[in-house]
Design a protein around this ligand. Structure first.
Ligand SMILES: Nc1ncnc2c1ncn2[C@@H]1O[C@H](COP(=O)(O)OP(=O)(O)OP(=O)(O)O)[C@@H](O)[C@H]1O
Length: 208
């Protein structure tokens, strides 16, 4: 489904990695691993079409993602490593905004249910500026519960700042998405309790 061919990534005048070729099929959970600065975030952004590779191409269902951009984005959920919230808005308002911005239909009832499911039922009306780091992270993760129809989930450090129970819940949500035929690609520096260990792409192997 997702194919990467001979990818190279340049930042400034520095080549981070090159010669990355891989494919990820339906039902797979793939962890992109490697030390700080090796280019994991940069790779995820290229895979989502948010940054250009220096060389190579990314294909989704056989088509270049740059040519079939709209079709690809309808099937993609990307959550970056920063919570990216508006501090003045409540979790509900932030979630509604994020959904609208990514072209998802917005349904208030569904947003509230997603926030309750992620453990923010008591914080629905608070401004985001008063939330804890883990609660801020959860606001973004609530989008997972609204994104079952998006096959490809690309998640940059989704476990950061979560407590032990939330880490376990998130791991089972991601596994369930894969069992339903989805694809999850993520970065994390911590061990997460997945039932089936994810495949690992060690970016250090193609680092320059
Ligand atoms: N203008 C630039 N010139 C040279 N190097 C740059 C430039 N901009 C970014 N970089 C480098 O590009 C890399 C980007 O790393 P990226 O965030 O993709 O890594 P990462 O593997 O996700 O790291 P972490 O594990 O710390 O999150 C860093 O090593 C950074 O120093």
């Amino acid at each position: 489904m997702l194919e990467v061919k001979d990818l190279a990534c340049l930042k400034g005048d520095r080549l981070l990695f090159r010669g990355l070729t891989m494919s990820v099929d339906s039902g797979r959970l793939l962890r992109v691993a490697g030390p700080n600065g090796v280019g994991k975030t940069s790779l995820l952004r290229i895979l989502c079409g948010l940054a250009m590779p220096e060389y190579g191409e990314v294909r989704w269902k056989g088509a270049d993602i740059r040519k079939e951009r709209d079709d690809f984005h309808r099937e993609l959920l990307y959550l970056g490593h920063a919570a990216a919230l508006n501090d003045m808005l409540t979790p509900l308002e932030n979630l509604r905004f994020a959904c609208t911005a990514s072209g998802m239909p917005v349904d208030d009832r569904a947003c509230i249910e997603a926030l309750e499911r992620i453990g923010l039922g008591a914080q629905l009306d608070l401004p985001a500026r008063v939330l804890s780091q883990g609660q801020r992270r959860r606001v973004g993760l609530a989008r997972l519960f609204l994104s079952a129809s998006r096959t490809l989930w690309v998640l940059d450090e989704p476990f950061t700042a979560l407590d032990v129970l939330a880490v376990a819940d998130l791991a089972s949500t991601l596994s369930a998405h894969c069992e339903a035929g989805g694809i999850v690609m993520l970065t994390t520096h911590q061990d997460a309790p997945f039932e089936n260990p994810p495949s690992v792409l060690d970016l250090a192997e193609v680092a320059c």
